[in-house]
Design a protein. Structure first.
Length: 356
């Protein structure tokens, strides 16, 4: 039986009844606050999952980038009888420019003037070209920067002492550092012999590409006697030309640790090194060592994600990706020991190591 609405005696609904009806269909302030609170809780629960999914996608892209670069080096080796050369000077050719035709940058390769260094004005348009395959999407830096180095004057037909270049988050591992010098306040030398004190002094510490030099020799993959699946080829050195240490912490020029060389540039943008450090066209290969866990000292029991000053470094929380000489790509965990790390870096030192 339907309830009658209150009327005013003339058969019309009273104002009181109308008001009650309106009130019954509206939210109170308390109800709105409860709903907003619930939505906020749900968003806070969902946000980490979204961020995790985004980082997973970024890691996959980084892995694919390294895979492409490794396969390009393999194709180059097959076509030219050896891997790209690793020159030791920033005045010399980098290893990325020669392999550009093998990762779908043949047109850019044709524009590159190989008769002049990368910092010559004839190469300005090419070296300032950003290439996504050379950039880790987890890197927070802008991959185009301007710096000055008067040392380039007189080193080419038309040198750019002030240059604008595109940077890369990847580098070629030239080998393991041989340094036995203690760098105070660290009590552990940064090089190979701290991890392998009984190794012979003349041991070959070069990496897959062969040793860097002003006149390097080409190496074939068949010469990697430690095994292609146990030898690193290309790794992450993300964040350059700015200096980063552990935890994704960027340091300004006034905060540079003592291991930053005297050639550092105290530029307005706090560029750590002024010779094109981080540019993909730069010679961009380094012999690597160990660090303190916080990245403030060279020499220590850590190797991954401590410092991007010539060290393996990424903005992935769990570690850094690296391409091996067999073309596979793996994550090098932050807790990797120097013993395992150096064994993976060297190509012909004969260590026995299983990875992962």
């Amino acid at each position: 039986m339907r309830m009658k609405q209150p009327t005013d005696g003339r058969g019309e609904m009273s104002r009181e009844g109308t008001a009650d009806r309106r009130r019954s269909g509206a939210f109170t302030l308390v109800e709105l606050l409860v709903v907003i609170t619930i939505i906020g809780v749900l968003v806070s629960l969902l946000l980490p999952a979204v961020q995790s999914a985004r980082e997973a996608a970024r890691q996959l892209q980084c892995l694919n980038n390294l895979k492409q670069l490794a396969l390009a080096c393999h194709t180059y080796e097959n076509a030219n009888g050896g891997l790209p050369l690793l020159y030791s000077s920033s005045l010399q050719l980098g290893w990325i420019a020669p392999i550009m035709p093998y990762f779908e940058q043949g047109n850019l390769n044709l524009q590159y003037n190989f008769k002049q260094p990368w910092f010559d004005a004839s190469n300005a348009a090419v070296v300032g070209q950003r290439l996504p395959v050379l950039e880790c999407p987890s890197s927070p830096v802008r991959h185009l920067y301007t710096a000055t180095d008067k040392g380039f004057a007189g080193q080419s037909a038309n040198p750019m002492t002030t240059f604008t270049v595109a940077s890369t988050d990847y580098f070629a591992l030239a080998g393991a550092s041989s340094s036995t010098t203690l760098k105070s306040p660290s009590t552990i030398p940064p090089g190979y012999f701290a991890a392998y004190p009984k190794a012979p002094a003349q041991i070959d510490l070069s990496g897959a590409f062969g040793p860097q030099g002003t006149t390097p020799a080409s190496r074939r993959l068949a010469d990697v006697t430690d095994g292609l699946s146990n030898t690193l080829m290309i790794g992450e050195m993300s964040g350059r030309p700015w200096l980063y240490i552990a935890g994704g912490q960027q340091l300004g020029a006034g905060q540079f640790p003592s291991y930053v060389s005297a050639g550092s540039e105290d530029a307005p943008d706090d560029v750590a090194l002024n010779y094109g450090w981080g540019a993909w066209a730069h010679n961009n290969n380094f012999a690597v060592g160990t660090w303190s866990a916080d990245g403030t000292m060279q020499g220590g029991n850590s190797a991954i994600n401590c410092s991007n000053y010539r060290g393996v470094y990424s903005f992935h929380a769990a570690g850094a990706f690296a391409a091996f000489a067999d073309g596979s790509v793996h994550l090098l965990g932050r807790e990797m020991s120097p013993t395992v790390f150096f064994a993976l870096v060297t190509a012909r030192a004969g260590e026995v190591v299983t990875f992962p």
